[in-house]
Design a protein around this ligand. Structure first.
Ligand SMILES: O=C(CO)[C@@H](O)[C@H](O)COP(=O)(O)O
Length: 229
């Protein structure tokens, strides 16, 4: 497959995954974004800024370099870019791709319960087997950082580089998730919101019971290596 064809495929995937953000009610208006790395290239694909999810098309997905600058093509061909600015979170996504080579997808939402934990600057404790499975422990909090430059990306990488969690709650902002591909990062965003909601409700009833680290490790190993087909 040529690079132009690969980019067309990834544009289609990234566009379609935004429908999962609305399906799981993780976003309102235009407040969230999905990106994917172009494998083997210094390129990524991300949604345009401020375009309604219902109006997104694959051709509108912006191809940028790993510093967030739009790129229209290379010596192998032209894939073209829309006359649209990439997401305002592009620099954060790009920083993650530059510093975490195994990451193939990044997602940001302002999903309600996860963002409520972020507003308190409180990590979500690992009190559910689902958290052991998907996150391998608590979901950590990252530092407060302003939007637009590398600051958010630095906070994501510093927080997640020594964590099994694919999700970080950026303080006062909301969750950013990573995955081996964009679909995995979307799944982590869905799971993050689900456990944020459940643990919040649990705490209204009393103090949730922590899970032993040994049990968390077993849950994580099984789910990551055995679960599914
Ligand atoms: O966090 C923010 C702004 O606070 C952003 O995530 C936007 O809410 C979505 O931006 P675009 O992807 O549409 O630029």
């Amino acid at each position: 497959m040529s690079l132009v064809e690969t980019i067309a495929r990834i544009r289609g995937e990234v566009c379609a995954l935004h429908a999962e953000l609305t399906r799981y009610e993780l976003v309102v208006w235009t407040a969230g974004n999905v990106s994917a790395r172009v494998p083997g290239q210094e390129l990524m694909v991300i949604k345009p800024s401020g375009v309604s999810y219902n109006d997104l098309t694959p051709e509108q997905m912006v191809v940028t370099d790993l510093h967030g600058q739009p790129v229209n093509g290379d010596a192998t061909g032209e894939w073209g870019n829309p006359p649209l600015s990439p997401s305002s979170d592009t620099a954060a996504h790009a920083y993650v791709y530059r510093h975490m080579p195994d990451v193939g997808g990044v997602v940001h939402t302002h999903s309600t319960y996860a963002t409520a934990w972020a507003a308190r600057g409180e990590s979500i404790p690992c009190v559910l087997t689902m958290m052991g499975d998907e996150f391998g422990g608590s979901i950590p909090v990252g530092p407060f950082a302003l939007i637009g430059d590398d600051s958010i990306g630095q906070g994501i990488v510093e927080t997640l580089k020594n964590s099994s969690s694919p999700a970080v709650l950026m303080q006062n902002h909301g969750p950013f998730t990573i995955g081996k591909d964009a679909r995995s990062a979307v799944k982590a965003a869905v799971m993050c919101e689900e456990v944020a909601r459940t643990v919040h409700i649990s705490r209204q009833l009393g103090e949730p019971i922590p899970i032993d680290q040994g049990h968390i490790d077993s849950l994580y190993a099984r789910y990551q290596n055995v679960y599914g087909q």
